[in-house]
Design a protein around this ligand. Structure first.
Ligand SMILES: NC(=O)c1ccc[n+]([C@@H]2O[C@H](COP(=O)([O-])OP(=O)(O)OC[C@H]3O[C@@H](n4cnc5c(N)ncnc54)[C@H](OP(=O)(O)O)[C@@H]3O)[C@@H](O)[C@H]2O)c1
Length: 278
């Protein structure tokens, strides 16, 4: 793995370490542009309609170069099958790389019925890997050690780094893929906040000078972890998309930057409420 590229276990494909979520405002043109700039990991699902044509076009060009992941919900195996087969029809593809069970909890149990269906879909060649988007970190840690789940989509950022204790130590046994989202902590990390008292940013003449963090520092913070394969980015427009992709050229944070970013995240976390500066 380099800072910008990795090989996704189980899915067994090389990818850029930034994946793209198309549901925050970008268009199909932006998706095609992102593919031309190396993006290979895509999130699709209900509410991603605006970018579906773009995704279909890049898959038609070279299906095997891309990792298509679908976020879905389902309490029963038949619902999961329906959701996978509907995504295959919508995207005009023969297989999904990953089907992510949304928030393994009440609405999406890891029942034998669901697992049977997922295994059958794999046998039929319609699915490469089983994933989950999961908020319950201790459960994710247990599932990472012992379950058929090949890919974990988890929340991880400088304000909420709990995956370092609850999930990362449990990856060694099976080496599932780790995809993180909320790198910007719902943009809390990149908005100016009053009353946060910290030593000055360690790099002289930085432009812009934190605080707050830039999107680039947030993405590089999570990508500096050797446990993270891919970070998801949800840009609202082409300018944000281009800016976020440039993070990959800048390499990991230095130990000093890492330490400061971590302190900033902790300070935000300790604040009872965030007083955003206009
Ligand atoms: N966040 C969640 O709790 C959550 C939960 C479940 C699933 N997901 C899914 O996970 C995927 C990734 O979402 P995410 O929340 O992790 O994405 P993210 O990249 O951490 O955050 C997306 C938001 O960050 C802002 N942003 C992105 N790049 C920026 C930049 N360069 N400068 C300024 N602002 C920037 C945009 O806000 P502005 O609109 O203000 O520009 C955008 O709405 C999405 O498909 C999402 O639906 C997210």
């Amino acid at each position: 793995m380099s800072f910008s590229q990795t090989h996704l276990p189980y899915v067994d494909k090389p990818v850029l370490r930034m994946g793209l979520a198309g549901n925050y405002g970008i268009t199909s043109d932006d998706v095609r542009w992102a593919a031309d700039h190396g993006v290979r990991y895509w999130v699709s699902g209900f509410s991603y309609g605006k970018t579906t044509d773009g995704l279909k076009a890049i898959l038609a060009r070279d299906r095997d170069a891309h990792v298509v992941t679908v976020l879905g919900m389902g309490a029963f195996g038949w619902q999961v099958r329906r959701s996978v087969e509907s995504a295959l029809r919508t995207l005009r593809t023969d297989y999904l790389d990953v089907y992510k069970l949304g928030w393994l909890g009440v609405t999406s149990r890891l029942s034998d019925g669901i697992l049977d269906t997922l295994h059958k879909l794999k046998d039929e060649g319609k699915l490469r890997a089983i994933g989950t988007s999961i908020h319950d970190r201790s459960r994710a840690g247990r599932l990472a050690e012992d379950s058929p789940i090949d890919l974990f989509m988890i929340r991880y950022n400088a304000k909420h780094p709990g995956a370092e204790q609850d999930i990362f130590p449990h990856l060694k046994k099976r080496d599932p893929a780790v995809v993180v989202y909320t790198a910007l902590a719902w943009t809390q990390l990149i908005k100016p906040v009053a009353g946060i008292d910290l030593p000055p940013w360690p790099i002289a003449n930085a432009e812009p000078m934190p605080p707050p963090l830039t999107a680039d520092l947030c993405y590089r913070f999570v990508l500096s972890s050797p446990h993270v394969h891919v970070v998801l980015s949800g840009p609202s427009n082409r300018a944000e998309l281009a800016e976020n992709l440039r993070s990959l050229d800048k390499g990991p944070l230095t130990a000093e930057e890492m330490d400061w970013v971590r302190q900033y995240g902790q300070a935000l976390r300790k604040a009872r409420r965030l007083d955003y500066v206009a």
